[in-house]
Write a protein that binds this ligand. Sequence first.
Ligand SMILES: NC(=O)c1ccc[n+]([C@@H]2O[C@H](COP(=O)([O-])OP(=O)(O)OC[C@H]3O[C@@H](n4cnc5c(N)ncnc54)[C@H](O)[C@@H]3O)[C@@H](O)[C@H]2O)c1
Length: 320
Amino acid sequence: MFQGLVDFLVFLILSAYYIIESIIINLIPRHYRAGWRETLRGEIALVTGGGNGIGRTLCSKLSRLGATVVIWDINSQGAEDTAAMLRQEGGKAHSYKCDISNNDDVYATAKKVRQEVGKVTILVNNAGIVSGKTLLETPDAMIKKTFDVNILAHFWTTKAFLPDMIAGDNGHIVTIASLAGLVGVNKLVDYSASKFAAVGFDEALRLELEVEGKRGVSTTVVCPYYVSTGMFEGVKSRLFPILEPDYVADEIVTAIRSRDKVLLLPSYLRIFLALKFTLPMKMLYTLGVRVLKITQTMDTFQGRQNAKSQLNGQLDGKND
Ligand SMILES: NC(=O)c1ccc[n+]([C@@H]2O[C@H](COP(=O)([O-])OP(=O)(O)OC[C@H]3O[C@@H](n4cnc5c(N)ncnc54)[C@H](O)[C@@H]3O)[C@@H](O)[C@H]2O)c1
């Protein structure tokens, strides 16, 4: 009884401290907070899906801050093009062909990276795929592939690199999820479900590291709205602007430097999320359908043509 009261008192005191800390941190623009970790020199950053889109832009920004960058992609040409671009800018970059949906490939390529480059200290689980069809139109194999790439791969890469991060008391695991991992979207049932899983992966892993006392390893989950990389080619957004990859990559790098736990892009969308479990579901549905017209964004989805053939190649086991 007495111990219970002491624990509750400690909780109240810590809560007051954390609320004040959070208010102060949120008042400092993220750009200035990033200055707490001036450079990323000495870090080895591995980005999955670094051969295109957000991943490629992110690789370039990590490299400019001094990190040695390791690019993994199922598209070896894309990965090598990114590495060549970074080297041309004066950075240190290494590219590897790796199908992250195959755990044996992940473990074998991780071993090579350790021998040829060193111990990875920043892991960005970025590679992702989308089918963009209704549930009944989506073939079973595609649903499984979406889960293999968008979430199960996070388990394999994290298992491969986390032990060295814990041993060195220095590490950062970044999960590129999606706003569709916080809000369900029609024609994205498989994608949304895999991204909800990615959000859960980050949250549970962060708690586990905390409870196990592995404080040197941080995690960040990133949930962006649509980004103009071509992955969601054709989508139309009525109220919120489609984001630029450069802006998204800048925000991710800053979140890594300031060890932010959650990055929502654009950040004002947190207001809608706060309402999600507060307002009646029917009211939210009407807001989404009639006012924000979120349910119509996927009506014009085409996706990237080469992504479709790449996805079919992955389903056939004929990659690259
Ligand atoms: N583009 C958006 O609108 C958007 C919005 C929110 C979240 N995201 C997420 O951001 C991440 C990056 O998206 P993007 O728009 O840059 O996508 P993208 O299609 O431009 O790039 C994804 C990269 O992942 C690689 N890849 C695919 N399957 C792979 C596999 N099995 N093994 C290794 N590499 C593989 C592709 O070859 C490609 O280079 C994804 O996880 C995506 O779900 C994207």
